[in-house]
Ligand binder design. Structure first.
Ligand code: NAI
Ligand code: MG
Length: 361
């Protein structure tokens, strides 16, 4: 029997609603496989916890999490707490302190879904965005002075280290080597004239170690446009923290919306736990209605299985999601249907049980 420990942080808004469905998927994986067991512990951290305690997580929160094999995260954010607090005191410390420097986000048009890009099909929309996840523009450095006066000013520093940049680029090049050997790099070295030329130089330097990979630099603004006009060009895309964040919401939009797209916050060295979560936020506009799409959260479990070395289970999860979408009967409102979160989740989970027949997991 293989045992994994998993910390579950459902968070705010639709976070707990979609995480419930992801947990059912994990149960189903245990049942179908028979030799894997998840020992899970739940943590009710988030904005409600903040309102009671003045903190998003306990002071020793990271200490508590650090020995788990994996973390399953829902979403953070509520109207009652400023976003810069909820994000900076829960999700960003986990990503940064646990060196989850790879934020891996598949952009893949699943069968059964239509892209708003009418002329593109499934083969055209299948790439992975690798977002730097520990530094860059989301770095806790800056300040404000002369508040409330006409001289007021705010500064936020972007920080790019050689160490941080090299390790994310190496990860992206290695992944490109395993896929179609085609790496697109987001930059903006024409206007951001210190950090981005540094980034470009390191791309050039490192590309020498991966002679088989075709590398191309794109300015971020053009790259955003190409995601829409010629997505078939892309296989692996790598970007800084901010660029990767924006590109992947756009990526999600061209393959069916935020309700679909999963992510892994990965520490490749496995010195710390990696964390899996939908890319969407807490969606306060639909929270509590039971209609959030659980696909992104369930697919995140698929990425978790890949990370744990069970790629065939990861694939089976994606196949099950696709099969339900191809059937087309059960869809949440974001996909034009009327199904609830639970109906959608359960359809995928029972499809998985059907598809697993005859598979050796
Ligand atoms: P959001 O992703 O929560 O919502 C954007 C839009 O997408 C909304 O219309 C929402 O209803 C829809 N949507 C999102 N997920 C959906 C799902 N599973 N099914 C159906 N529809 C879905 O982004 P927004 O509105 O910018 O932020 C809301 C809160 O979430 C803020 O407090 C923000 O800081 C936080 N946030 C947290 C993230 C995280 O926990 N990793 C990521 C992004 C935002
Ligand atoms: Mg985002």
């Amino acid at each position: 029997m293989q045992h994994f420990s998993m910390a579950v942080i459902p968070g705010d808004g639709i976070g707990p609603e979609v995480t419930n469905e992801a947990l059912k998927m994990i149960k189903m994986v245990e049942e179908l496989h028979g030799g894997i067991k998840f020992y899970s512990e739940h943590f009710e951290w988030g904005c409600d916890y903040y309102l009671k305690s003045g903190r998003m997580m306990p002071e020793n929160g990271l200490e508590i999490l650090k020995d788990f094999d994996v973390l399953l995260f829902g979403a953070v954010g509520a109207k009652t707490v400023p976003d810069y607090i909820s994000v900076w005191e829960l999700i960003l410390p986990i990503r940064q302190k646990f060196q989850q420097y790879v934020n891996l986000r598949p952009i893949k048009l699943l069968r059964g879904l239509e892209s708003p890009l009418r002329y593109k099909n499934h083969e055209d929309l299948d790439f992975v965005v690798i977002r730097e996840n520990t530094e860059g523009e989301y770095f806790n450095s800056g300040g404000r002075v002369h508040e409330g006066t006409p001289y007021e000013l705010a500064m936020q520093n972007s920080v790019f280290t050689r160490f941080g940049t090299e390790r994310i680029l190496n990860y992206a090049f290695t992944l490109a080597e395993k896929r179609k050997k085609n790496l697109a790099v987001a930059t903006k070295s024409n206007a951001i004239n210190f950090t981005m030329p540094f980034w470009d130089e390191l791309v050039k330097e490192i590309s020498g170690n991966y002679p088989g990979v075709q590398t191309r630099l794109y300015h971020i603004d053009a790259l955003a446009a190409y995601f829409v006009s010629r997505p078939e060009e892309f296989d692996v895309v790598v970007g800084s923290n901010l660029f990767g964040d924006i590109l992947t919401d756009l990526g999600a939009a061209i393959v069916g919306g935020l309700g679909i797209s999963p992510s892994g916050n990965i520490n490749p060295e496995r010195a710390y736990p990696s964390m899996f979560e939908p890319i969407h936020g807490s969606a306060p506009d639909i929270a509590g209605k039971g209609i959030a799409n659980p696909i992104a959260s369930i697919w995140s479990v698929g990425l978790m299985m890949d990370h744990l070395g069970h790629n065939h289970i990861g694939k089976l999860i994606v196949d099950s999601i696709e099969a339900v979408l191809v059937d087309g009967k059960i869809r949440t409102p974001d996909l034009g249907g009327t199904a609830t979160t639970v109906e959608m989740g359960e359809a995928i989970i029972s499809k998985m049980a059907q598809l697993a027949v005859g598979h050796h997991l």
